[in-house]
Design a binder for this molecule. Structure first.
Ligand SMILES: NC(=O)c1ccc[n+]([C@@H]2O[C@H](COP(=O)([O-])OP(=O)(O)OC[C@H]3O[C@@H](n4cnc5c(N)ncnc54)[C@H](OP(=O)(O)O)[C@@H]3O)[C@@H](O)[C@H]2O)c1
Length: 295
């Protein structure tokens, strides 16, 4: 599998999004055996980056569900885990009655990191991402909290998610040269509004992780080739899946892009991983770029 740079790490160009195994639109979750098989299939296919978050759970009182599942799946893998990097996220709260909120305070983030360390069963978190801005706080102050957690040795690298250009610039300034490892924003044929953030990451050498890169769990990912005709047409011409065409197109936009397609089934991630070897022609890429949602 071709590799890309993610902060201090070198990871596979295609990652695995863990979310659908613990939180998705149809609320159908794989049993543990299938979830482990999906993670193991990803690793067998050469995937070395896995994305999760503390809130990826079927319910508020099972927070940490996905982190625990990923942690156990990795521990039960019979192959090598050399170079495998797990990114998790904190900063969104979920409490009784499914009340959702944000908390970027150092006190909250410190407790969230401790819980993530326990759920993943690791000594240090590879990549800790601020999940969504806390509009009650100054952006740079929360980034400084992440830096404190890094200085305390709890996390190796810092990422941000759902950030605009200005927020990325603030994070870069607070963290200094090379301090911001990644930006994780929504980006897919359906959702192209993060193009400016992608371009900034490209210029600054920051990894850009498109979330819901196929269009999401609610059928968007499954039906992307029908919803956005060019991807389906090129897939038929090439004899590959539309999902591979979407991911290959995203990979072509910048060598900083690392898509993280979600999967509940081994077949999905085995297929998606093949996108790293699919090279589209300039003409095909132009057809992909010309289709889809607002830019
Ligand atoms: N930072 C954020 O705010 C945020 C928000 C949302 C998501 N995320 C991250 O982004 C990751 C990916 O997003 P997502 O899971 O929402 O959506 P997605 O990756 O766009 O789509 C996932 C869906 O597509 C299907 N799929 C994946 N690969 C396929 C293939 N090759 N062929 C056919 N179907 C395929 C999956 O099917 P099966 O489930 O049947 O395998 C799943 O239902 C998440 O797992 C999560 O880690 C982050």
């Amino acid at each position: 599998m071709q590799t890309r740079t993610l902060g201090p790490f070198t990871v596979s160009a295609i990652g695995l999004g863990g979310m659908p195994m613990s939180m998705n639109d149809d609320k159908k979750y794989p049993d543990q055996a299938q979830a482990f098989a999906t993670v193991h299939a990803a690793l067998d296919a050469g995937v070395t980056f896995i994305d999760t978050a503390d809130i990826y759970a079927p319910s508020w009182d099972t927070m940490g569900h996905n982190e625990e599942l990923i942690g156990k799946a990795l521990k039960s893998y019979s192959g090598s885990l050399d170079g495998v990097v797990v990114g998790t996220k904190g900063g969104i709260t979920r409490s009784e009655g499914e009340q959702w909120g944000r908390d970027g305070s150092l006190k909250y983030l410190r407790s969230a990191v401790e819980k993530s360390l326990r759920a993943l069963d690791v000594e240090v978190i590879d990549l800790y991402q601020w999940h969504r801005p806390d509009r009650w706080k100054v952006y740079g102050d929360v980034i400084a909290n992440f830096k404190t957690l890094q200085d305390e040795g709890k996390i190796k690298a810092i990422g941000i998610s759902n950030a605009n250009v200005e927020e990325i610039e603030v994070a870069m300034e607070v963290l200094g040269e090379g301090g911001l490892a990644s930006v994780q924003n929504e980006f897919s044929p359906r959702f192209r509004s993060s193009a400016d953030e992608l371009e900034l990451c490209d210029q600054k050498g920051i990894a850009f992780l498109p979330w819901s890169p196929l269009g999401g769990t609610g059928g968007g990912g499954r039906e992307v080739g029908d919803r956005f005709a060019a991807f389906g047409e090129i897939a038929r011409e090439r004899g590959v899946s539309p999902q591979q065409v979407v991911l290959a197109w995203e990979l072509s936009l910048s060598d900083r892009v690392i898509p993280i397609p979600g999967a509940r089934r081994p077949e999905s991630i085995i297929d998606s991983a093949k996108a790293a070897d699919l090279v589209l022609s300039d003409e095909e890429l132009a057809r992909c770029s010309a289709t889809g949602g607002p830019q």
